[in-house]
Design a protein around this ligand. Sequence first.
Ligand code: NAD
Length: 243
Amino acid sequence: MVTGGASGIGHAVVADLAAHGYRVAVLDREAPADGDADRVRWVVGDVRDPDANDRVVDVALSSFGGLDLFVGNAGVHDGGIGVRDVGGAELAEVTRYVLDVDVVGYLLGARAAAEALADSGGSMVFTLSDAAYLVRGNGAGIAYAAAKHAALGMVRHLAADLAPAVRVNAVAPGGIVTGLRTAGGRQVFADADEITATVRAFNPLGVVLCAEQVAPLYRFLASPAAAGMTGEVLRPDGGLTVR
Ligand code: NAD
């Protein structure tokens, strides 16, 4: 089960999983251009809706006979808004929306998937961000940083709560050019050339990764090779830890 699989990182994760033998049930608010495929079933809905999350688990159980991985990934950005950049009403609206999608959406997916994953001895992998650690310089504003820091806390709490039956880990990428949108619907990476130069200059390795490069990390965290890992975060961000 993958959320936010119609675009960007989620789309690459779905393709990577399907190419490696998984059958995937996807929840996204948009129907993808390529539609249902041999190994992929789509549910159009909103991650903020508990019933939509339950429906995807039902699709996995009824179509595939079980669930062994939940990838919580659907997310939105705040457009880099600082605490004094906008009025109080707008700040509250953006913050509530970002937290609702990026944190509550993850929790509702985890709640929906937990029982089936406990039955299978499966795992969860969430998409965090360098914004789960950094507070300046990566283009994120206060709401996005708050949401990704909160999601990191959620990953650790879930890992403790669901052990030993279910492992819970995360991937925290740096900047990747995708269709990521702000609460207002604006594309964060509209100017791909400018963003690419900014990301490259920001990280010690001078890299700009693409979604297909981070997708295998999700599969690794779900695999027996990661059987001893829970509450852990892989950080494909070009080395920001040593910046
Ligand atoms: P994206 O916009 O290309 O993909 C996000 C997907 O989530 C889209 O298909 C969108 O329709 C879906 N989505 C958004 N809100 C939804 C909702 N309420 N209900 C259902 N589906 C919804 O963006 P992306 O960059 O691939 O983002 C995926 C995740 O990666 C997000 O959690 C984002 O915060 C995180 N992330 C992105 C970057 C980056 O640089 N692109 C870096 C670190 C983390």
